[in-house]
Write a protein that binds this ligand. Sequence first.
Ligand code: UDP
Ligand code: MG
Length: 315
Amino acid sequence: MLPRVCFVIPCFNEEEMLPFTIQKMGEKLQSLIEKELISDKSKVVFVDDGSKDKTWDIIKAATKDNRFLGVKLSRNCGHQNALMAGMSCAVKFADCVITLDADLQDDINVIDEFIQKYNEGYEIVYGVRSSRKTDTFFKRFTAEAFYKLMRAFGVEIVFNHADYRLMSKRAIEYLLQFEERNLFLRGMIPLIGLKSTVVYYERLERIAGKTKYPLKKMLSFAFEGITSFSVKPIKYITVAGFLMFLLSFIILVYAIVQKIKGQVVTGWTSLTISIWFIGGLQLVALGLIGEYIGKIYKEVKRRPLYFIEEIAGDE
Ligand code: UDP
Ligand code: MG
């Protein structure tokens, strides 16, 4: 049986882009159905993330064609939450979901490949940018630094993958079990496990409208990613504390030698020694408190402990 696919497209103030996107997605759907890659009951869900312009009117008009569905959020909840809202609606009827941006910067020509991979048994297919030619030097530099930093902090993250991906029904059901409030999907999804693969694509330029991720929002999103996934920065405090503590002993010897040589003013020795010693001690203590906060942080997120991939044998 052909898979019933649902495309989920978050839209925030995309009135300039949407008519084109709706037309392109309609054509794409048609061609996938004709190629007998997907079921003719496949759909496109547009999630209006609290737009202030005519986005919702355009979406509503498009739903006269029953291949299109619209979901309107009551306010602007952010890209990641809009994706989650769309996926939780789509999972009710679709066999798999493909998420993409409203500006079609994610090349829709590789969707065929996404679906082939799904048919081969992959449950998560990550769209990965094959180059960053269309990016500015600054964006390329910061993006690279971000992915490297995430890796260094022990977060399993797919390099140069944003939110262009396919997920099976089951993978989405597992994703919906995450109860955390600060969503960073590209960090959460690898935690699901299951059979996954990547498909490379060339990211295109935005053809209409403006980016909804200006620098400030991009930086705060990156910071969110790091702090939602790693408590390693806390560990560095402890390490720094220990180093300072050790250093204080070296300084102790140095200060005493200086004192014996008689080259210091009164009070310098004791002051120097105590500053380093107490400083180190304080940092260690802070790090220790941090470790506990890190543990509490993990607990309150209540992430699922495991996901079952397969069960063998009777019952
Ligand atoms: N978006 C959203 N809510 C927001 C910001 C963005 O739903 O608060 C959507 C936006 O409409 C687009 C996608 O998220 O479909 C990615 O945004 P954009 O293309 O502006 O980001 P960029 O490609 O510049 O990183
Ligand atoms: Mg874009």
